[in-house]
Write a protein that binds this ligand. Sequence first.
Ligand SMILES: Cc1cc2nc3c(=O)[nH]c(=O)nc-3n(C[C@H](O)[C@H](O)[C@H](O)COP(=O)(O)O)c2cc1C
Length: 191
Amino acid sequence: MKAIAINGSARAGGNTEALLQKCLSVLAAEGITGTMTNLSDKTIHPCTACGACFKNKDNRCAAHDDAFQEIYDAMREADIIVLGSPVYFGSASANITALLDRAGYVARANGNVFARKLGGPFAVARRAGQNFTLAQLMFWFMIMDMVVPGSSYWNMGFGRNKGEVNEDEEAMDTVTRFAENLAWLAKKIHP
Ligand SMILES: Cc1cc2nc3c(=O)[nH]c(=O)nc-3n(C[C@H](O)[C@H](O)[C@H](O)COP(=O)(O)O)c2cc1C
C-alpha cells in the first residue's frame, strides 16, 4: 500500500508539511510507505476548462506544465491521498486548488479514478480559517467518491512561523489518531 501527501503551501519545510509528515510517519510505523510532494517548487497552472480531458479520456491534462502529470499519475497509483493547505485569506491556497481542479476534472473524465481511495484534508493557520479550508478540501474528497476517516478532532493546527505547529500538541494528537484510523481502514479494505 502506498500513500502520497501533497503539501499545498507556497513554502517548503513549514507547518503544513510538519502535519503531513507526522501523518506519513504514523503510517510508516503501521507499515504503509508514503511520499511527500511539495507544490512550492512546482508550477501548476489553473484549469483552462478546455474539455480535452473529457474528449481524449487518456488520463492526461492537455495543459502542459512542469509538474501536473507526474503528480496526477502518483495520485492514481496511491491507495491513500492526504492533502494539506495553509490558510491564505481564509481559504485553501491557490497552489492546491489549481492542482485539485485539474486532477479532479481529469479523474472524472476517466471514470472517477480516485473512487474508494482513502484520504483526508489538513489545514494550518496562524489564527483562523482552518474550518473553511478543511471544508473546501472535503468537498473535493467527497465528489471524488473517496473515503475519509475521522479523528479525535479536525485535522487542523495553529502556527505562523515555520515549525510552530510542532508545539500544537492537540494538532499532533489529532493527526496521529487520523493516521492510525487511515491505516486501520486500509488494512480492513486490503487485508
Ligand atoms: C498569503 C497569506 C495569507 C494568509 N492568510 C491567513 C489567514 O487568513 N488566516 C490565518 O490565520 N493565517 C493566514 N496566513 C498565515 C499562514 O496560514 C500560516 O503562516 C501557516 O502556518 C502557513 O503554513 P506553512 O508554514 O505550511 O506555509 C496567511 C499567510 C500567507 C502567506
